[in-house]
Design a protein around this ligand. Structure first.
Ligand code: SF4
Length: 338
């Protein structure tokens, strides 16, 4: 994001649509990650036409196939593939710095301008500020007397990832000073940690809230995790960016199960979660693989878990509603589920 901003563009995340994937049928198999299929559907149906270009990250096989198909059948002015290492040691950091150098050069060619270190430093400052503001806003949903719900936080986090960051920061500061009061009592609502695969939109958070729960924190790439950690502005800018991206809280693609489970247990305890909703997308083996060990770790701590496996990043349905309602009822009764 820092380099894209420094080149004069506005970084944003592509939405994978509201469960729409039909457009991808001719290009990608049906048993592939629905998020990736949804991204391709968005591109083929023209919902990405306003973009100047895309940076596609080679994070998993599904994303690599998306990059292949995008290059062949979607096209566009600027398509850049970025390799991100899973490890965060010195070798991985050096490799990622080289990847960032390549992205910087590609963006310079596209923008027909040189990206100076000062441009990157300004972008780092702005994005660090966005991360701090989002963290402060997230704390509001943790407070049972705060006016902010988990679904409202998700809407704000989505807005941050899609907007001009300077403008978002101004609005977020205004929001914090206007909504910092204590108006809503949610002490009776079971507190829930929502984590796992990407959740598009906020339908799942609303489902939990409508059932009587409160999403007090999350570990989602569309939620708080995206804003974890700051770039050290005092170091070489590319190295500072590389360190932050490799060392921040990671998803199942970036961190091993031990580190992930430690983090999720820590989050659940820190925020007093009565239960955990673990969301997975069908055919994403990376996130599914953590589930048995997470289930066991939570069982030992006496924290109930609801596993929600969906075939669309934003789809909800009657069966899911019933399961979420039953889970919240279970939490309300203080029961335990293994
Ligand atoms: S959800 Fe899983 S399969 Fe889909 S893009 Fe992310 S890591 Fe890859």
């Amino acid at each position: 994001e820092e380099l894209i901003m420094a080149a004069g563009f506005t970084p944003c995340r592509i939405e994978s649509g509201d469960g729409r994937e039909e457009g991808a049928d001719a290009f990608l198999p049906a048993n592939l990650c629905p998020y990736v299929r949804g991204l391709l559907d968005s591109a083929l149906s023209g919902r990405c036409d306003g973009l100047h270009g895309v940076v596609l990250v080679a994070s998993c096989d599904a994303m690599r196939r998306l990059a292949d198909i995008w290059t062949l059948y979607v096209g566009g002015r600027f398509i850049h593939r970025l390799d991100v290492p899973r490890r965060s040691d010195c070798l991985a950091e050096n490799f990622f710095v080289e990847q960032l150098r390549g992205l910087r050069s590609a963006l310079e060619r596209e923008a027909v301008r040189r990206i100076a270190d000062d441009d990157i430093a300004r972008a780092i400052e702005t994005l660090n500020e966005t991360r701090k503001l989002i963290s402060r806003i997230s704390l509001l949903r943790t407070d049972p007397f705060s006016p902010l719900t988990g679904s409202e936080f998700a809407a704000i986090a989505r807005c941050a990832v899609e907007s001009d960051k300077e403008r978002f920061n101004t609005e977020a500061r205004r929001f914090l000073s206007a909504f910092g009061g204590k108006v809503k009592d949610r002490t009776e609502r079971p507190r829930v940690l929502l984590c796992g695969s990407i959740v598009n939109g906020f339908a799942l958070q609303e489902l939990i809230e409508d059932a009587g729960g409160a999403v007090v924190t999350d570990d989602l790439c569309t939620g708080l995790r995206h804003y974890d950690g700051l770039v050290d502005a005092s170091s070489d800018p590319l190295r500072g960016i590389a360190r932050r991206y490799l060392r921040r809280a990671g998803c199942a693609r970036m961190k091993g199960a031990d580190a992930r489970i430690r983090r999720l247990l820590g989050l659940a305890k820190e925020h007093g979660a009565a239960g955990v909703v673990y969301h997975t997308l069908k055919f994403c083996d990376l996130v599914q693989a953590d589930l048995p060990r997470l289930r066991e770790a939570l069982r030992q701590e006496g924290i109930p878990l609801l596993h929600v496996d969906r075939d669309g990043a934003s789809a909800a349905g009657g069966q899911l509603t019933t399961r979420v309602e039953a889970f919240i009822e279970l939490l309300e009764k203080g029961s335990r589920q293994d």
